[in-house]
Design a protein around this ligand. Sequence first.
Ligand SMILES: Nc1ncnc2c1ncn2[C@@H]1O[C@H](COP(=O)(O)OP(=O)(O)OP(=O)(O)O)[C@@H](O)[C@H]1O
Length: 243
Amino acid sequence: MTGPLLSFSEVTRRFGTVRALDPVTLTVGRGEFVSVIGPSGCGKSTLLRLASGLDEASSGVVETATDEVAYVFQDATLMPWRTVRRNVELLGELSGADREDVRVRAQAALESVGLADVAGRLPRQLSGGMRMRASLARALVMSPALFLFDEPFGALDEITRTRLNVQLMDLFVARGFGALFVTHSVEESVFLSNRVVVMSAGPGRITAEFTVPFAFPRPAELRYTAEFTGLAGKVARALEDAS
Ligand SMILES: Nc1ncnc2c1ncn2[C@@H]1O[C@H](COP(=O)(O)OP(=O)(O)OP(=O)(O)O)[C@@H](O)[C@H]1O
């Protein structure tokens, strides 16, 4: 299939008198990782809700070229009484897929996020980073074509976050999904993305867009190179201008 996986064409969203989004035009291609960065309240979560169908645009058109969409939140939202494995199997179970097939896919997803050894534990027996990896594995079971991420690593410490960035990038390279990734971290956005979109608030609109030229897979050390810090500096300046 050709054409973008996700597209916003001149999309606005109003809540009463609040203009949450001014016309926003944005696409995510197949196998493309796009980050959205912007000050609090600029409409990032609104964009994701529109993309997922949880909310409707006031005007303009939102189109997704796939039904296989996964939504990953900052809160891992695991069921506390289910083991990690049973949590990871949950979406497969709910989809009515064959039990054995779900078990095999869950095992593969657990292995791909490095949680196979702790699959028998309950969520409260995991660290915050492990819980987020379990949340990712649960989404991966459905092999989504499009991932929507709402600040998935925002609550984690810097070292864990950096590790999970590398792990997510590896998954992106291996699985080739498209992603719309909301973050407050400039470094994270540049490290993960093909493209970084900067939004400003009041009303939310796109004020800058950067193409990230580094080839995948990207080594963690990329962050310390002059090319990386130079581009991150440009994104940071655009973010300051937007705030
Ligand atoms: N259901 C709603 N009712 C009224 N106003 C809303 C609603 N949802 C969002 N808004 C408003 O729309 C604007 C954008 O909100 P949104 O949550 O998309 O911002 P955000 O960029 O994700 O913020 P943050 O970075 O703080 O999570 C804000 O002004 C917010 O108050």
